[in-house]
Write a new protein. Structure first.
Length: 139
C-alpha cells in the first residue's frame, strides 16, 4: 500500500514537472516570436531594399526562420550547459556519479529547434509578405 502511495506521488510530481516544462516552452516560444517581430519591424526598410533588388519571398522567409532557429539553438545550448552544470554539482555534493544522457541533450536541442522554427514562422512570413514599396516607405 505504501508503494502505491509513493507511485501516486511520483506520478503527480512527474505531471507537475511536465506541466512546468510545457509552460516554459510556450513562454520561450512567445519570447522568440516577439524578438523576431521586433527584428522584422526594425529591418522593414532593409527588407524593402532587398525585395526591390530581387530577393524573393522565400529568401526573406528563409532568412528570418534561420535567425529564429539560431536564437533558439543558442538558448537551447545555454539551457543544456546549465542543466549539465547542475547535474554535476548535485552529483558532487551527493557524492554519486551523475551521468548526462546524450539522448536527453539531443532531444533538448531538437525541441529548442522545433520551438524556434515553429514560433519563427509567423514573423518570417510577415516579413516575406511585405510589399517593397510599403517597406521602403516605412519609417
Amino acid at each position: 500500500q505504501a508503494l502505491g502511495v509513493l507511485n501516486g506521488i511520483n506520478g503527480a510530481v512527474t505531471g507537475f514537472v511536465a506541466l512546468v516544462a510545457g509552460i516554459s516552452l510556450l513562454v520561450g516560444g512567445i519570447g522568440i516570436m516577439n524578438i523576431m517581430l521586433v527584428a522584422v519591424t526594425e529591418r522593414t526598410r532593409e527588407i524593402g531594399v532587398r525585395k526591390a533588388l530581387g530577393a524573393t519571398d522565400g529568401d526573406i522567409l528563409g532568412q528570418f526562420v534561420l535567425e529564429a532557429l539560431a536564437v533558439s539553438l543558442v538558448g537551447g545550448l545555454i539551457g543544456v550547459a546549465g542543466a549539465a552544470g547542475i547535474v554535476m554539482l548535485v552529483g558532487a555534493i551527493a557524492g554519486i556519479a551523475a551521468p548526462i544522457s546524450w539522448l536527453a541533450v539531443t532531444l533538448a536541442l531538437v525541441f529548442a529547434s522545433a520551438i524556434g522554427i515553429g514560433f519563427g514562422i509567423y514573423p518570417a512570413r510577415r516579413a516575406a509578405l511585405l510589399l517593397p514599396i510599403e517597406a521602403l516607405r516605412y519609417e
